[in-house]
Design a protein around this ligand. Structure first.
Ligand code: NDP
Length: 472
């Protein structure tokens, strides 16, 4: 009998926890997983929530268990599996049923799927979910893309299961078709930059200041009560404080320094290039993860080129305070870039992305949640048409206040051979941004010299050419 209000396909880490979260909020939920064993294990482990969960062994049974019009959340491996899953579901669903892809889809796939399903009587929603396992279980941040009408039909359950910040749900409809997945992609890009910058500061402390993990844990813990107050800083402190049972060493010291990635950071960097809006901090973070994975090459290069041993990281005075300020400045660059990319995409795809709301729904539930996002939300609310976050009064003040710290930390790290690709990209970004007369005049001249591309003069409009090739 059809009694479930919603269904979840995919009972991996995210799907299983999302289904429990839905049940926990009083909704009856039908569940299905390709490998039936997982469905059985899930149902057996659901405890007191079992009465709200309807495990099913086939897609037919799954569809039949949900009351029409059916909202069906697909939470499986992104990419082709989602297309296959939609193809298998389509003949079983009826008019007005809603397919919600909640995985980490590439927003361009979401746009395509949205178009493909447009005239079928089915509705498609692309929904970005952030918060990892715990978020999925107890309240993630949820970024929804699709028609506003389809959002209105599922907003009750989505709002209910989302994280709350001051009682406000961290879920919102952000625009048509791929808007939700695009915003989730940029969220992840910013997350990459945030994590990379934290790792660079950790590297300075470890390799330039000879600090041990427990000592660093204390520093990050203290920072978590200041302007850097955030989930990532909090977990960094906890990670650094954790010991390894096997060796007795700090666990972080026995973890291989090769970071994984599933693609969303890279997509952010690619899309920023597509939009012609620089996101150098995100690019640096993606590049750093790629280079981290080349462990063999790095070992050989250290052997061949030698590792610079240029002495201690010395900034005089309170190094921890300077590092804190530098990290804050780097964060401003990364977020300013991420929001600028979203603004450009919003124009290009006609989404009308609500920047203050995006910042608001990132304040809780998601991986980049922080006090900082509350300030970003306020800044965009007060200055909605601002071209770049750093042009708001609040953030221009932070950029000015943290400038010396960022510059000092990056300069000293470079001097001592400590890699800071993301933090140094932030210095370059700010320095280029605030220079009204840059150096692209020379590039224009070069382009005109070799390709007759023309240039504009500062004293008049219209295309000009130089006398470069005369007499050659
Ligand atoms: P898991 O690896 O834990 O689970 C993968 C799920 O996908 C399983 O249910 C698996 O079924 C199913 N699956 C894989 N291939 C197919 C296929 N061809 N057809 C049908 N089902 C298939 O993944 P997660 O739960 O971590 O991730 C799910 C989605 O959520 C992904 O898009 C991921 O990027 C996204 N996400 C993950 C986050 C995280 O922190 N883990 C955070 C936010 C989003 P089976 O049991 O049969 O193998």
């Amino acid at each position: 009998m059809a009694s479930a209000e919603i269904g979840v396909i995919g009972l991996g880490v995210m799907g299983a926890n999302l289904a429990l979260n839905i049940a926990d909020h009083g909704f009856d939920v039908a569940v299905y997983n390709r490998t039936e064993e997982r469905t059985r294990e899930f149902a057996a482990g659901a405890g007191e929530l079992s009465s709200k969960i309807i495990p099913t062994g086939s897609l037919e049974e799954f569809v039949a268990a949900i009351r029409p019009p059916r909202p069906v959340i697909i939470m499986i491996k992104a990419g082709d599996p989602v297309d296959q899953q939609i193809a298998a579901l389509k003949p079983l669903l009826e008019n007005n049923d809603i397919i919600i892809d909640a995985g980490n889809a590439n927003f361009r796939d979401t746009m395509r799927r949205f178009e493909e399903l447009k005239d079928t009587g089915l509705t498609f929603i692309g929904m970005g979910v952030s918060g990892g396992e715990e978020g999925a279980r107890f309240g993630p941040s949820i970024m929804v893309g699709g028609t506003e009408a389809s959002w209105n039909r599922v907003s009750d359950v989505i709002n209910a299961i989302s994280a709350k910040f001051n009682d406000e749900p961290c879920a919102a409809w952000l625009g048509e078709n791929g808007a939700g997945h695009f915003v989730k992609t940029i969220h992840n890009g910013i997350e990459y930059a945030d994590m990379q910058m934290i790792a660079e500061i950790y590297g300075i402390m470890r390799d330039g200041m000879d600090m041990k993990a427990p000592e660093m844990a204390g520093v990050f813990d203290a920072w978590n009560s200041g302007p850097l107050d955030s989930f990532l800083v909090e977990i960094t402190s906890k990670v650094l404080a954790t010991g390894d049972d096997k060796t007795g060493k700090p666990l972080v010291d026995v973890i291989l320094d090769a970071a994984g990635q599933k693609g969303t950071g890279r997509w952010s960097a690619i899309e920023s290039q597509q939009m012609a809006v620089p996101a150098s901090a995100i690019e640096a973070a993606v590049g750093a993860r790629s280079l981290s994975a080349m462990t063999g090459l790095r070992a050989e290069a250290e052997e061949l080129l030698g590792r610079p041993d240029l002495g201690r990281f010395e900034v005089g005075g309170n190094a921890a305070a300077l590092l804190e300020q530098a990290l804050l400045a780097g964060k401003v660059a990364a977020y300013a870039q991420g929001f600028a990319v979203m603004a450009a995409a919003s124009k290009e795809f006609g989404w009308n992305l609500p920047m203050p709301i995006i910042a608001k729904i990132w304040r809780a539930g998601c991986i980049i949640r922080s006090r900082f996002l509350d300030e970003i939300s306020e800044a965009f609310t007060k200055t909605p048409d601002v071209a770049n976050l750093v042009m708001t009064p609040e953030f221009s003040r932070i950029v000015k206040e943290t400038d010396t710290a960022l510059r000092t930390v990056v300069a000293e790290a470079v001097r001592k051979g400590l890699p800071v690709p993301a933090l140094s990209s932030a210095v370059a970004y700010f320095d280029q941004l605030r220079r009204a007369r840059g150096t692209a005049n020379l590039i224009q001249a070069q382009r005109d010299f070799f390709g007759a591309h023309g240039f504009e003069r500062i004293d008049g409009k219209g295309e000009n050419h130089g006398p470069w090739n005369m007499g050659n």
